[in-house]
Ligand binder design. Structure first.
Ligand code: HEC
Length: 172
């Protein structure tokens, strides 16, 4: 590109910027061709084991004898697990690499129970932030209800807590 046309391009950008400063910024709904939401690069089964079950268990553990949070760090870690779980609840609505994943996420019950999980995890986050064990216990109950609500419909056998063998990295 010659120096002149480069300068001309810059001038055009400046003019466009000045124009757009006068008109309202486009909202996402104005964008005709919004890119599709990304799909997580894991199966839903892997996400269940790694990022749903793990933070869930760590939150429930507070109800075990001798496991109630004591220090600021304990509460901070619980808040962290709740944020992880709430994020996972969003990710499992985007599909995954498993054979059934794309079909599952289209079901109403899938979306509603995943959203229920997200709401419950946010309640756990609020409770952990406030260092309120009673509220955290209530939120834990709501989390379990969401897990069970979805599993009753889509995964009726009892979870083993394990990845299916063929989904382990390095195995076929
Ligand atoms: C929106 C639906 C949904 C929600 C919510 C959900 N699960 Fe799952 N979960 C599934 C499905 C479906 C599978 C089976 C995936 C497969 O077979 O590929 C699964 C698999 C699992 C597995 C691994 C499979 C196994 O046999 O061990 C565990 C562990 C698990 N879920 C735990 C949980 C826990 C704990 C929660 C709540 C904190 C939860 N799930 C919430 C749908 C859900």
């Amino acid at each position: 590109m010659s120096k002149t046309s480069f300068t001309a391009t810059l001038t055009m950008f400046a003019a466009a910027a000045a124009l757009s400063a006068c008109s309202p910024a486009p909202t996402p709904s104005d964008t005709a061709s919004a890119p599709p939401a990304p799909t997580p690069p894991f199966s839903i089964n892997e996400m269940m084991v790694m990022i749903v079950d793990q933070p869930g268990e760590l939150l429930w553990d507070v109800e075990k004898a001798g496991h109630a949070p004591k220090t600021d760090e304990d509460w901070y870690n619980l808040e962290n697990h709740a944020v992880s779980l709430a994020s996972a609840a969003t990710l499992i609505q985007l599909g995954g690499t498993g054979p059934a994943d794309a079909g599952w996420v289209k079901q109403d019950t899938w979306r509603s129970t995943a959203q229920q999980l997200g709401t419950a995890a946010l309640a756990a986050r609020t409770a952990a932030h406030a260092k309120d064990l009673a509220a955290l216990t209530t939120a834990n109950g709501q989390i379990v209800a969401a897990c069970e609500g979805c599993h009753k419909e889509f995964k009726p056998d009892i979870p083993t807590g394990k990845l299916f063998l063929h989904q382990r990295p390095g195995s076929n």
